[in-house]
Design a protein around this ligand. Structure first.
Ligand SMILES: [Zn+2]
Ligand SMILES: [Zn+2]
Length: 285
């Protein structure tokens, strides 16, 4: 199994740092809660979560991450740990693979610590051909035909009770990855109780119909008359009316008239040539 050093280092730091909230526990055989916040313990390899196309975690020992499974339908819980039960290929796994066909128990991880005894064994509920990163489990109950592993053993009642629900959810999860299934042409062994899987049609992309192309008839010739001369009407010039200045009349004070009298007025004397006033004409006061 290939291990990515970066993942190995990061995950190794988390190994043993288990801190799983009791509320995250799910009854055996049932899917764990959706992507739980906080640390979660994974028992063996699994798709990495936290971002799209995150890749695959190849750690085959119990270890912790600071997130929960992002596809809860593909995990089952054993004790306080999540076990990835699905086909790892669609999630970036590259390594040795074994082709299985139909439901089968998931072999317990090779760990040194005691594995909690679950009420129901962990099963893979993938229908039809699919891959796993582990070889054919030891023990009875398996038949190999043309390098395809079939499980022909019993299905415990607790497993049979939850099988329809998990099987359906698993099928939905893998529907987008039908093209990544192993292509096998094999006749199942007679003791195999399953149903031959028929691949669902690949997801079809419904394209919107192209809009009809309408070819318009040729447009009649258009005679463009010369443009009429433009008449530009200038805006009227604003008339400025200057009011005549008001005439300014300055009335000056009248010049003073000073009349001085003399004790004796002497008129003209001797004016000749003035006729009547000649002689003795004088004023008297
Ligand atoms: Zn991991
Ligand atoms: Zn399987």
């Amino acid at each position: 199994m290939r291990k990515t050093p970066g993942i190995l280092l990061t995950s190794a730091l988390l190994v043993g740092s288990l801190s799983l909230n009791a509320s995250q526990a799910a009854p055996p055989g049932q899917a764990p809660p959706p992507a739980a916040r906080g640390k979660s313990r994974f028992m063996g390899p699994h798709p990495l979560a936290g971002r799209a196309n995150a890749g695959y975690c190849y750690l085959d020992v119990p270890h912790s991450h600071n997130y929960g499974p992002d596809r809860p339908n593909l995990y089952q819980q054993v004790g306080d740990s999540y076990v990835f039960t699905g086909d790892p290929v669609p999630f970036g796994y590259e390594g040795q693979k074994t082709v299985f066909y139909g439901h089968h128990p998931v072999p317990p991880p090779a760990v040194s610590e005691p594995i909690p005894v679950a009420a129901a064994p962990t099963f893979c509920f993938l229908k039809g051909p699919h891959y796993h990163d582990y070889p054919q489990p030891n023990g009875p109950g398996y038949k190999v035909k043309d390098d395809v592993v079939f499980y022909v053993g019993p299905i415990p009642p607790p497993v049979a009770a939850v099988r329809p629900q998990i099987e359906q959810a698993t099928e939905v999860e893998y529907r987008p990855f039908v093209a990544l299934r192993p292509r096998v042409t094999v006749v199942p062994p007679p003791e195999w109780p399953g149903v031959v899987w028929v691949a669902p049609p690949a997801p079809t992309v419904v394209a919107a119909p192209a809009p009809p192309v309408v070819v318009a008839p040729a447009a009649p010739p258009v005679v463009v008359a010369p443009a009429a001369p433009a008449v530009v009407v200038a805006p009227p010039v604003p008339a400025v009316i200057v009011a005549p200045a008001h005439p300014t009349v300055v009335i000056g004070a009248p010049a003073p008239v000073i009349i001085r009298g003399h004790g004796k007025g002497k008129g003209w004397k001797g004016g000749r040539g003035w006729g009547h006033f000649g002689g003795k004409g004088h004023w008297k006061h």
